[in-house]
Write a protein that binds this ligand. Structure first.
Ligand SMILES: Nc1ncnc2c1ncn2[C@@H]1O[C@H](COP(=O)(O)OP(=O)(O)OP(=O)(O)O)[C@@H](O)[C@H]1O
Ligand SMILES: [Mg+2]
Length: 236
């Protein structure tokens, strides 16, 4: 479903991702781990089309057999890629509902959309006053992460990338998000970028990928998580 081929990404003259290739399949959960600065967020940003990064001419991002490498982020989002940010920004004057309304561009009526958003917000235990504010305005780190998940819930992407959705959330919020993911994951490609295996107590990944210094150095099943917990990334 999401096929990344020879992805090499630079910022100015610094090469961050080095010939990363991987075929992410449908209906599967992936976990990407790796040391700080290894390029995990860069990978997520490049998949979404962040303009900061320049890609080598051999780099290809293929979604459902369509080459999306040259598409703008909004077109990739419409094609079905969703990215939940490691550090979600706030947006003054725009509520999450207004944002979703624009994102769905008339595909769903306002009434239906609001109903769906409120239903999903309830599952995620998001307070209604947070929904009424400007996006992430004054929200805590954990509240921001839940609002990111809410957007994924309503947008129904084919590929959802969650960059450290479990960082900064308390134990109850983590359980709420994890429970939510159990139904959300159906028929999707889900990629969790994470530093700890807490969320993985509730969600069982199909594959674990380890990124080091911009390259994919190891791929395995969930047993790899205990190896990392025990030995760290040094000896991989
Ligand atoms: N826009 C940018 N300008 C300059 N350097 C950048 C930029 N984006 C990423 N980098 C550098 O690329 C490297 C990889 O960063 P990235 O954020 O992808 O790492 P990460 O694996 O997500 O780390 P963490 O686990 O800390 O979130 C870092 O050294 C970072 O400083
Ligand atoms: Mg990161």
């Amino acid at each position: 479903m999401l096929d990344i081929q020879h992805l090499t990404a630079r910022v100015q003259s610094k090469t961050i991702l080095k010939d990363f290739s991987y075929n992410f399949k449908d209906d599967s959960i992936y976990v990407i781990m790796g040391p700080n600065g290894s390029g995990k967020s860069t990978l997520a940003n490049c998949i979404m089309g962040h303009p900061h990064y320049s890609l080598d001419s051999k780099s290809r991002i293929i979604l459902d057999k369509k080459n999306v490498t040259d598409l703008s982020p909004d077109k990739r989002a419409k094609a079905g890629i969703f990215l939940s940010f490691q550090s979600p920004l706030s947006l003054q004057g725009v509520t999450v509902f207004q944002l979703l309304r624009v994102a769905l561009a008339g595909k769903q009526g306002a009434y239906e959309l609001k109903k769906e958003m409120l239903r999903e917000a309830k599952k995620l235990k998001i307070r209604s006053d947070i929904l009424e504010r400007s996006l992430n305005d004054g929200s805590s780190g954990g509240e921001r992460k839940k609002i990111e998940v809410l957007q994924a819930a309503v947008l129904h992407p084919k590929v959802a990338i969650f960059d450290e959705v479990d960082t900064g959330v308390d134990v109850d919020a983590l359980k709420t998000i994890s429970t939510f993911m159990k139904t959300f994951k159906k028929n999707k490609t889900i990629i969790f970028i994470t530093h700890n295996s807490r969320i993985l107590k509730y969600i069982s990944p199909d594959k674990v990928l380890i990124l080091k210094d911009g390259s994919l150095v190891k791929e395995g099943g969930k047993e790899l998580l205990s190896v990392i917990e025990e030995k760290g990334f040094e000896n991989l």
